[in-house]
Design a protein around this ligand. Structure first.
Ligand SMILES: NC(=O)c1ccc[n+]([C@@H]2O[C@H](COP(=O)([O-])OP(=O)(O)OC[C@H]3O[C@@H](n4cnc5c(N)ncnc54)[C@H](OP(=O)(O)O)[C@@H]3O)[C@@H](O)[C@H]2O)c1
Length: 238
């Protein structure tokens, strides 16, 4: 799909990866970029159109569909990590809060915008997922659950929307150098690289973007994921 001339909505566009999507979309000649944010006044890119959009709000989504009737690309980027172990005291509440933004947000937005994309020629939906769609990490286990569910959602949308010609793209990055991973002392991918690979992938019509070497490693390890990622619990239990 052509980025040049596209009309795009980016969720969580006020900072981090979302702000980088806005920048590069405008650089590549997108005709219009709606910058969705819980606080539209926090959108700083003057080339974008700020749009009040909390992805957990049905009313905000409905208003966005009214305002963005010319949309050709939806980028589900907004996300939260609370950082909960699966058996932590508040793990259910944390998991529900993460699912609200990371799963039901893209779910409701995709459902709401699918007819708009169809009316405008098919277009694309890009879902920002993670390497932890394919592996768990103890400290962010409930977040990883949400990204696995969002991966399944992405595959389901691809099946459903093929008939209307909508490209559905899964983006899998490992750690990215944004506020979300500020407390992580591990190698991080630049937002620039994640967005560049995403937009190259969309332009090439690819269904999946591996945003860095770590994500490629995690995906390629899936046939041996138990031994590779969970070696302490890989053997038979007595
Ligand atoms: N950073 C990483 O290591 C990493 C790795 C893999 C995947 N990802 C994914 O990449 C995406 C972007 O994350 P990031 O790294 O840019 O994180 P970030 O710096 O923490 O930014 C998160 C963005 O999401 C927005 N947001 C959160 N909840 C929202 C809601 N209910 N409605 C609308 N916007 C909401 C935030 O808005 P406010 O300013 O209002 O809070 C902010 O703009 C997320 O889907 C994340 O899961 C991140």
């Amino acid at each position: 799909m052509n980025i040049e001339g596209a009309v795009v909505l980016v969720t969580g566009a006020n900072r981090g990866l979302g702000a980088e999507y806005v920048r590069q979309l405008l650089d590549r000649g997108a005709a219009k970029v709606y910058a969705g944010a819980r606080s539209p006044e926090s959108v700083t890119n003057a080339g974008a159109i700020p749009l009040k959009l909390d992805v957990t709000s049905a009313a905000d989504i409905q208003a966005a569909v009214q305002q963005c009737s010319d949309l050709t690309m939806l980028i589900n980027n907004a996300g939260v990590v609370i950082g909960s172990r699966v058996l932590a005291e508040n793990s259910l509440e944390n998991a529900k809060a993460e699912f609200e933004t990371n799963v039901w947000g893209p779910f409701n937005l995709a459902k709401a915008f699918a007819p708009v994309l169809s009316a405008n020629g098919g277009g694309a939906i890009v879902n920002v997922l993670s390497a932890v769609s394919w592996m768990s990490i103890k400290e962010v286990a409930t977040y990883a659950m949400s990204k696995s569910a969002a991966w399944s959602l992405t595959n389901a949308l691809r099946l459903e929307l093929a008939r209307q010609g909508t490209l559905v793209v899964a983006v899998h990055p490992a750690f990215i150098d944004t506020d979300m991973a500020a407390g992580v002392d591990m190698p991080k991918t630049s937002p620039h690289q994640v967005v560049e690979r995403t937009l190259d992938g969309v332009a090439a019509g690819l269904p999946e973007v591996l945003a860095d070497d770590t994500s490629a490693f995690v995906k390629n390890s899936l046939p041996k994921h138990i031994e590779t990622f969970y070696p302490k619990v890989a053997g038979p239990r007595p």
